[in-house]
Each structure stands twice: as structure tokens, then as C-alpha cells.
Design a protein around this ligand. Structure first.
Ligand code: EAX
Length: 325
């Protein structure tokens, strides 16, 4: 009898142990960027928070190990990857409304960004993503994007003429740089090699990206254009998310909201640091370009198809009204 009980206990214990390790659900999370990048700061924080509060294990796939941002988005839709922290640019091919975040010169400063993205307009945009199979959880950020190039100092929009510039795989960004007079080529991230080899002359990204990826080694000139604000949209596969126990889903959402808030503060606290380091690394920086000349040109873009599309107009009007408040 005693033997039987012992065996039964052993079986129970092993079932418990096996179950316990197997029960640990793994969440695959994709980012295209290298450790230390803006996306990764958010991903790491999310992992830390969720793992501390639950049995989930978050596996971060970074440095393009899952492919480009557009490819990660497809994998999230198919639930082969459950979550991603993806720059807003590539979303606009799938959900054109996502383009409104990158409406040129929309946000005056980070305060406006937070008011709009954390407010009703941002919430509406996140739910619009459901149409395409994404659960929009939060916005973390890349930041305001600035132009770098290896050819010449850029002061006015005229200096951009003919520059071969790499843009994100985004309808908006390609059109924007065409209107500004450059010669845009959509390419997935990263683009260090193309810049080094000179197949492209220029690119545009926030200061953190330029610093983290050592673009100062291959680009001499930096112009603080802040032409668009660039968010990351932190998403999950909608079908997967909806299949979770509601308390788990809410915990995941909450952890991502907190991680995003933490990451935005990190980005902002470090901006002037990044700029100083870029100067020290030898970049020639134009901190006060003639932004009026850029704004004058993008006026055309605002009246164009990329923003006039009927699907985009209501969202755009909502964003425009919100920044005026
Ligand atoms: O963070 O493709 C891009 O230019 C993005 O900004 C990229 O995710 C780097």
C-alpha cells in the first residue's frame, strides 16, 4: 500500500513538474532592430514586467532575425509570431489610416504627441488596426525624424533636390520625399551597408537610431528637420489575443502600456545626449534649417491622394483637431 501511494505521489509530482514547465506559455515578440535600439528598450521592459507578474515567457526576436518589419507584421497576422514593436511607417501599406501619425509637421512637441496618441484619436487608431488582424496595444516611439546624408549640408528644401534617399516601406514616406524633390527608394531596415557603399546618399531617422546604428560613420551631414514624428505601434495578433483568458489579455495590455511609457521617457531623456555624441563623432549638424521651405513644399502632399483618400480623412481630421487643442 505504502509503495502504491509512493508511486502515485511520484506520478503526480512528475505530472505537476512537467505541466508546470510546459504550462509556461511562450510569447514570440519581433523587432527588426539591434539591442539598445528604441524598439528593443520597449521590448525588454515589456518582457521584464510581464515575466515578473505572470508565468508567461517573452522571447524577443531582434536584429531582423524574423525578417523585415513588413514581414514581421505578416507573421503576427498569421500568429506564427504573437507580438511586435514596429515602426509606424510599414503599417500604412496595410492600414492607410496609420499614415496620419506621420502627417508632416503635425506635432509641435512631445507634449502634443502624448495628448493625441494617449487620447481618443490614438485609441481610435489602435482599434482601426483590428480590421487587419492586429490588436493595437500602445504607442512607443522612434521620435522626430531627421535627415542625414553624405553629399552636402542641407539648409533649405532646395538642397534636397536629387538626393538618393532611403525611405521606410511606406506609401507616405515615399511620396513625401518625392514631393520634397529627392529621389526616394523604399528599403527595409537596416541600411548601413547601402549608405556605406553609396548606393543611397541619404536616410532619415530619429537621433537615437542614427547614434545606435553608427550612421555617423557613413553620413557626414545631419539636418534637424523633424519633418515627421515616428511612433512604434505595439501590436499583438488579434486572434491570439482574443483567445487568451481575459485577465491575461488585460495584463499583457497593461504591461505594454507601461513599457511604452517607460520607453518614451527613455527616448526623450537621451535625445540631447545622442545629439552631442553625434557631433563629437564628427557629424556636421545644422540645427536650424529653413523649415518654412520644407513646410511650403509639403502643402502639396496634404492635398494629395495619400491623405485625401476617403478612408483616411475622418482619422486625419480627428488628429488635426486634437493637435489644435
Ligand atoms: O528604428 O526603418 C526605419 O527607418 C525605422 O525607423 C527603423 O525601425 C529604425
Amino acid at each position: 500500500m505504502a509503495r502504491r501511494t509512493a508511486i502515485a505521489t511520484l506520478i503526480l509530482m512528475s505530472v505537476f513538474l512537467v505541466n508546470n514547465s510546459w504550462a509556461k506559455s511562450v510569447i514570440k515578440l519581433g523587432v527588426v532592430t539591434i539591442p539598445g535600439s528604441a524598439q528593443n528598450v520597449c521590448a525588454e521592459k515589456f518582457k521584464e514586467l510581464l515575466e515578473a507578474r505572470s508565468d508567461y515567457e517573452v522571447k524577443i526576436y531582434h536584429s531582423a532575425s524574423l525578417g523585415t518589419e513588413s514581414e514581421i507584421l505578416q507573421q503576427i497576422r498569421m500568429n506564427t509570431v504573437q507580438m511586435g514593436i514596429i515602426t509606424d511607417g510599414p503599417f500604412d501599406v496595410i492600414v492607410p489610416e496609420a499614415r496620419v501619425i506621420g502627417y508632416p509637421f503635425l506635432f509641435e512637441d512631445f507634449k502634443k504627441v502624448d495628448a493625441v496618441l494617449d487620447g481618443e484619436p490614438g485609441k481610435k487608431l489602435l482599434s482601426t488596426l483590428e480590421r487587419a488582424g492586429f490588436k493595437g496595444l500602445a504607442f512607443s516611439e522612434n521620435g522626430f525624424r531627421n535627415l542625414t546624408n553624405g553629399k552636402r549640408p542641407v539648409h533649405t528644401v532646395g538642397d534636397v533636390t536629387g538626393l538618393k534617399i532611403r525611405v521606410m516601406e511606406s506609401v507616405l514616406h515615399k511620396e513625401l520625399w518625392r514631393v520634397l524633390g529627392a529621389n526616394p527608394t523604399p528599403l527595409p531596415w537596416p541600411v548601413y551597408t547601402e549608405l556605406q557603399q553609396g548606393t543611397i546618399d541619404a536616410q532619415e531617422n530619429p537621433l537615437s537610431v542614427i547614434w545606435t546604428n553608427k550612421l555617423y560613420e557613413v553620413q557626414k551631414y545631419l539636418t534637424l528637420t523633424s519633418h515627421v514624428y515616428s511612433a512604434h505601434i505595439d501590436v499583438a495578433c488579434l486572434a491570439w489575443f482574443q483567445g487568451l483568458p481575459p485577465a491575461d489579455a488585460e495584463l499583457i495590455r497593461q504591461c505594454m502600456v507601461e513599457a511604452a511609457r517607460y520607453q518614451r521617457a527613455w527616448n526623450r531623456d537621451n535625445e540631447s545626449n545622442f545629439l552631442n555624441q553625434l557631433k563629437q563623432a564628427g557629424m556636421e549638424v545644422n540645427e536650424h534649417p529653413d523649415l518654412n521651405s520644407f513646410q511650403g513644399k509639403v502643402q502639396q502632399l496634404r492635398d494629395m491622394e495619400v491623405f485625401q483618400d476617403k478612408a483616411i480623412q475622418p482619422m486625419l481630421q480627428e488628429f488635426l483637431q486634437a493637435v489644435r487643442k
